[in-house]
Design a protein around this ligand. Structure first.
Ligand code: PLP
Length: 400
């Protein structure tokens, strides 16, 4: 066989994906596995979005779309930024991609060179570091401690930036912790960034609509308009509208960067599915009550899961501002042995034993750069969540 590219040695399958594959295999073998691994809403996509895709396809909207997105979707994205964030972007400052993920990838391909460093607050979504490495750059992880609500401390950010730093990645509300920053906390991050004018900022706002208890979501482009020329804000319809499978995301930022991102995308795909874009237009322009309704359900589930976890000996769980994840600390279970005889030395051991012995699938904290923790996605139905918490409580009660 001819040699494969060395690029492949710089990347691997994300741990969330491998854990999901393992859980699926157990399910196929006939076990009743409860999946709390995937960050995917359990709701149906809005009916009006599905209808819009169907009608668009019937009307002939089935040809190659413009590579940076259809005019209708770019207008809808423009209106969304104005409505939600009070931000004005021209159409050439907006680009549409196959999910928020491709927008992130395009942004990295358009900004990073070999040897550059990217500051990634930890815990982090595992995809970031892997993408950075594919782009030839090096991730520099900065711990966001639990006693600071899993939020980035300005002094830690400042200390992590070197002459090689090219990019800061912000993701709020955060996957995996659910942490979101207030306007004041973002302002403190912006103050640090003002000292470092050669660093781009990606704000991954994928979970922007999923904040609870009246938390007011703000993005860094709002807080620091003077940094606008180096901020790209990325979001999409996947999480807010339960539209993960439609693969539509978008980005807004300075024209030259947006042009670079579209260029990179054009080399990989010829734009985003035209009916998918029509569905996204309907979601963004249509009734927004669906977002509020889902948010209320997620909030209830978050509280149910956090309360259940905090009753388990050896586990303590922070109640986060947003997203649909919780990130419990399991320090008190380390060193103990499961009913099935497995010694728990790491959070990975805990997750593996929980899957084998209690058939609950979740992801260990190390996959997100912080141990000993677990990430639990509560974007699943109430009954499964309640059963998972009961199984987990029994598993923990069986530790000795
Ligand atoms: N950003 C974060 C933090 C995510 O967790 C995800 C999906 O899990 C994405 C981006 C990608 O979203 P999309 O499905 O639109 O590609």
């Amino acid at each position: 066989m001819p040699a494969l590219a060395t690029r492949l040695s710089r990347t691997r399958t994300a741990a969330t994906v491998s854990q999901t594959i393992k859980a699926r295999a157990l399910t196929e073998a006939g076990h009743d596995v409860i999946q709390l691994t995937i960050g995917e809403p359990d709701f149906h996509s809005p009916r009006h979005a599905i209808d819009a895709a169907y009608e668009a396809a019937l009307a002939g909207d089935t040809k190659y779309p413009p590579q940076d997105g259809s005019k209708a979707l770019k207008l809808a994205v423009q209106a969304k930024f104005k409505r939600d964030r009070g931000l004005d972007y021209a159409l050439d400052e907006i680009t549409v991609s196959n999910g928020g993920k491709q927008a992130l990838y395009n942004a990295m391909m358009a900004t990073l060179d070999d040897g550059d460093e990217v500051v990634i607050p930890a815990p982090y979504w595992g995809a970031y570091g892997l993408m950075v490495q594919v782009a030839g750059a090096t991730p520099v992880y900065v711990t966001c401690p639990q006693n600071n609500g899993f939020k980035l401390r300005p002094e830690d950010l400042d200390a992590a930036i070197t002459p090689k730093t090219k990019l800061l990645l912000l993701n709020l509300p955060n996957n995996p912790t659910g942490a979101a920053c207030t306007r004041e906390e973002l302002a403190a991050i912006a103050d640090v960034m003002r000292k470092h004018p050669n660093v781009w900022i990606i704000s991954d706002d994928m979970y922007e609509h999923l904040v609870y208890d009246g938390f007011e979501y703000t993005t860094i482009a709002q807080v620091a308009p003077d940094l606008r020329e180096r901020i790209v804000t990325i979001s999409g319809v996947s999480k807010s509208y339960a539209m993960t499978g439609w693969r539509v995301g978008f980005a807004a930022g300075p024209k030259e960067l947006i042009r670079g991102m579209t260029l990179m995308q054009g080399h990989a795909t010829a734009g985003v599915s035209a009916p998918g874009q029509a569905a996204a237009v309907a979601a963004l322009n249509g009734p927004q009550e669906i977002v509020t309704e889902m948010r209320d359900i997620y909030r209830r589930r978050r509280d149910m899961v956090v309360d259940a976890l905090n009753l388990m000996p050896g586990i303590s769980c922070h109640r986060p501002e947003g997203a649909f994840y919780v990130f419990p600390n399991i320090a008190g279970t380390i060193g103990r042995t499961t009913a099935g005889g497995k010694l728990i030395e790491t959070d990975q051991d805990f997750a593996a034993a929980l899957l084998d012995e209690a058939h609950v699938a979740l992801v260990h904290g190390a996959a997100f750069g912080m141990s000993p923790y677990l990430r639990i996605s509560y974007a699943t139905d109430d009954d499964s969540l309640a059963r998972a918490m009961t199984r987990m409580a029994e598993f923990v009660a069986g530790l000795h």
